[in-house]
Ligand binder design. Structure first.
Ligand SMILES: [Zn+2]
Length: 219
């Protein structure tokens, strides 16, 4: 009897695995320069001194790219440095932007970086945040149902692997300014964000209610 129960549970487990979406590995360049710039970013922005570029994921941040194709987005994220960055000019950081995941219009999920490698995608919180970018987001190219499904799947998948406390849309990041997770040192370094839209966030939150993420700070 016990054996049968175990067999049944194992079959259930296999069934749930087979419905897993595939994540396609499409790594961006992570050479010595990107490694050094990431370490420098952790130290300069957050006061975190460490000999690696690892993060402890506690948050998932959803984005849209505005860039209309996966390949063009990849090409923007791929170089280690920002396109207009010049080391001789003082700026916040030369580290290029990126995110751990990129979801194409048809819902295909690409992984650009290991989940625990820091990506520059959200001011103040990169040391604890996994980023999911979605191709599109303009009036002409609103996010698709396929992207919605893939975001929901990814949020569930990541929540099983890590102790994720918060799920946010990029437009909500400044709510964390007085939160212990917020580490950005420069009070004037902020950008205004709308992505990935309130409607999209509402739908992802409704579909992931059971994960019981913490409520956002009210600031
Ligand atoms: Zn964003």
């Amino acid at each position: 009897m016990k054996k049968l129960t175990i067999l049944f549970l194992f079959t259930l487990y296999l069934t749930s695995c087979s419905s897993n979406k595939k994540i396609i590995e499409k790594p961006i360049i992570f050479d010595a320069q990107r490694t050094n710039l990431t370490k420098e970013y952790l130290l300069d922005r957050y006061g975190i001194q460490q000999d690696n570029v690892e993060i402890t994921p506690k948050m998932i941040v959803l984005h849209w790219t505005v860039i209309p194709s996966m390949q063009r987005t990849f090409d923007v994220f791929n170089p280690p440095t920002l396109p207009d960055w010049r080391p001789d000019i003082n700026s916040v950081s030369g580290l290029n932007v990126s995110s751990q995941f990129l979801v194409d219009r048809d819902g295909t999920i690409y992984q650009l970086l290991p989940e625990t490698t820091m990506a520059r995608h959200v001011i103040g919180l990169n040391h604890c945040a996994i980023g999911i970018e979605n191709v599109g987001g303009t009036d002409d190219l609103p996010l698709t149902d396929a992207q919605l499904k893939s975001n929901i799947w990814l949020v569930k998948y990541l929540s099983k692997k890590y102790a994720i406390d918060y799920l946010i849309g990029h437009y909500e990041y400044t709510l964390f300014e007085k939160h212990p997770l917020w580490l950005e040192k420069d009070d004037s370094y902020r950008t205004k964000k709308d992505d990935p839209g309130k409607e999209f966030m509402l739908k992802v939150r409704n579909a992931t209610k059971k994960l019981n993420f913490k409520p956002l700070p009210t600031n």
